[in-house]
Design a binder for this molecule. Structure first.
Ligand code: NFS
Length: 640
């Protein structure tokens, strides 16, 4: 597969118009960066102190050490640890804000929020040791928020949600001293250990990397998912559409972009406000159309069926359609290019988080106590901007695809077991009897290095063809949704015979959209349920599972990859993390680590090769478990 292949017709159409108008996009800027810095890519450029920047000669002709004496192993491992800590911090800070929202709700200091999943509130409160007897929901919410906040500042002990993992994982983590103690502590310690003159042993640096990542997976991200379900409702399978074609020619188009559901959920509610709809009509628009980009889109998609305008790489393209009145952004994955693209059109960009200011972009700070008022104010700005739309420049591609999203560890339980005997038993049984080979997570970003999402699509097709049930999150899920893979019909069109039969019996697509990137923790929980159900291993590392984020881009993806590896999974990235300048580190994380944590990394660019590596790994686990041979004889051979 050639690099930079733009397979999405919507993208091709908008990019052609952008080129004509002389407006650059992420693909142009990426191209302008070529060739990219080889030292940087290999992870052997050190900028930790002001004796540097230092770099190691990968050909062995120039320096083999930095000014302080740091080797390639130390330099690459420190860089990897820091990036993982940043990813973990991002998810976890997002979770912290949700805890603060829950506390504010408990204190009656919010506007537009309620407890939408009271059952989950009580379950999670129980897990956090809160006595819920005779307590009002609102009081439980406040107490839970406070208890969750303690997880961030804890100095000793173990994060409460790590108890959800199978005993063997907990034992491994304890024996390797990687059980996360407090979320903030792990981030701070990783930053401190990677300061100049601190931790120099790459294996020791991998240890802090795993612990800070586990603080994300079994801490920050998991908390974010649970609190979002409590505040905004637990997802249920829901139909929606994705791609730029969801934008409307004759309505006010508002894009919500970023990650937190806190504001965007209220915006979707406020967009149905009668007065605002009247105002839109008086401005000549037929309605107000709210659509999403990135994980904010996923958060609202899985709960309310929000139309998805696009994934990460499409954020500028949405603006380039000339049909966006306003894009409201919160945190993470917002390209500076968005504000630059907006300057060419009437589009207003509003930033709502003081943590993510953008030069030249108006900031409207968002506070929970005035959430609904703020949302209305923002929508009003959009409606008033409708008259400034230059109709001669509107270029909305017609492409949009139907999809089903909203599968969770809890509701998949009911789907697989049927309404009256909710259980993971049918999933496990179908894995045991060889109808389903295993479960693969295909997640993460899209990256101009790989075109515009084609790698996810090719990988998922190969996996389901070979009877692997696929679970997705993030931009990878959006990409596969646009390509029609998230429809139940996909089972008939593309899945192997065994998987097809199960999907047909249960009524699910072979590719399950489980939400945003913090919702990767839903996959962890589903895996724990598989272990609990029995018959396919007593720990996560024994399960026939694998994960991939071929088009990964963000540091958050490194944190996610690492917490899956440390939890016992094989994780495949399409382009390597910046480690390959150190052979020792690369070997350690792609080979040796499997002996201790059960998981490991692989870096494989070709999506078919990546699929086969995942299938081979799954087959290795099947063999160890002595499961029955695969029923579908045409499928990828049980090779290992
Ligand atoms: Ni994940 Fe989601 Fe998308 Fe990548 Fe960005 S939106 S949090 S980081 S680009 S998948």
């Amino acid at each position: 597969m050639s690099r930079k292949k733009l397979q999405d017709k919507a993208n091709i159409k908008v990019l052609a118009a952008a080129k004509k108008a002389g407006i650059d996009t992420v693909w142009d800027r990426f191209e302008a960066q070529q060739p990219q810095c080889g030292f940087g890519m290999l992870g052997i450029c050190c900028r930790m102190c002001n004796m540097g920047p230092c770099r190691i000669d990968p050909f062995g002709e120039g320096p083999s050490k930095g000014a302080c004496g740091a080797t390639a192993d130390t330099i690459a491992a420190r860089d990897m640890a820091r990036a993982t800590a940043a990813g973990s911090a991002s998810h976890s800070d997002h979770a912290r804000d949700l805890a603060l929202t829950l506390i504010a709700l408990g204190k009656g200091q919010t506007q537009g929020y309620s407890i939408r999943d009271p059952i989950k509130l009580k379950i999670i409160a129980g897990e956090f040791g809160i006595d819920i007897k005779d307590k009002k929901e609102i009081d439980i919410a406040r107490q839970l928020g406070e208890k969750v906040l303690e997880e961030f500042g804890k100095q000793e002990g173990e994060l409460i949600l790590t108890k959800r993992a199978p005993k063997k994982q907990q034992d491994i983590w304890r024996s390797m001293n990687i059980t996360p103690r407090g979320i903030d502590r792990e981030v701070v310690e990783t930053l401190s250990r990677t300061h100049e003159g601190m931790d120099q042993d790459y294996k020791n640096l991998v240890q802090t990397t795993m612990r800070v990542a586990l603080a994300d997976g079994w801490g920050g991200s998991m908390i974010a998912t649970e609190l979002s379900d409590i505040l905004f409702g637990s997802p249920q399978p829901i139909r929606a559409r994705a791609n730029l074609g969801v934008l409307k020619e004759d309505e006010v188009n508002i894009i919500i972009h970023g990650h937190e559901p806190t504001l965007s959920d209220v915006i979707v509610t406020a967009a149905q406000d009668k007065e605002l709809l009247e105002l839109a009509k008086s401005e000549g628009a037929k309605g107000i159309n709210v659509a999403g980009i990135c994980c904010t889109a996923n958060e609202i998609l899985v709960r309310r069926g929000l139309p998805v305008a696009g994934n990460f790489l499409q954020q500028e393209l949405a603006i380039l359609t000339g049909a966006i009145e306003l894009m409201v952004v919160d945190i993470q994955c917002i390209m500076p290019g968005v504000a630059q693209a907006a300057k060419h059109f009437h589009t207003k960009v509003i930033s709502t988080s003081p943590k993510a200011a953008i030069p030249g972009v108006e900031g409207i700070a968002f506070h929970e106590d005035k959430a609904l008022d703020t949302a209305k104010e923002i929508i009003k700005l959009a409606v008033e901007n409708y008259k400034r739309r230059d109709r001669s420049r509107v270029n909305i591609p017609k492409e949009s695809m139907e999809l089903v999203a909203g599968f969770t560890a809890e509701n998949i339980f009911y789907h697989l077991g049927g309404r009256f005997r909710g259980s993971y038993k049918p999933l496990n049984e179908n894995i045991i009897n060889g109808r389903i080979r295993g479960v693969a997570g295909v997640v993460g970003c899209d990256n101009p290095k790989m075109g515009s999402g084609a790698y996810h699509v090719a990988l998922v097709k190969e996996l389901i063809k070979n009877d692997c049930l696929v679970v997705q999150t993030g931009c990878a899920a959006i990409e596969c949704g646009k390509e029609g893979l998230l429809r139940p019909e996909t089972a008939y069109e593309m899945a192997g015979d065994g998987l097809k039969e199960v999907c047909k019996a249960v009524g699910i697509p072979p590719v399950l959209h489980a939400g945003s990137c913090v919702d990767n923790t839903r996959i962890l929980i589903a895996c724990c349920e598989m272990v609990k159900e029995g018959g396919i291993g007593t720990s996560l590392d024994e399960l026939p599972i694998a994960g991939a984020a071929l088009e990964w881009m963000a540091e958050k993806a490194m944190a996610i990859g690492w917490y899956f590896v440390a939890s016992g999974a094989l994780v495949v990235f399409g382009t390597p993390m910046r480690v390959t300048g150190s052979q020792a580190l690369t070997d350690y994380i792609t080979k040796d680590l499997e002996q201790t944590v059960g998981g490991k990394w692989a870096f494989i660019e070709n999506p078919i090769d990546a699929a086969h590596a995942m299938l081979a790994h799954i087959d290795k686990k099947r063999k160890a478990l002595k499961l029955q041979p695969m029923l579908n004889k045409q499928a990828f051979p049980v090779g290992v």
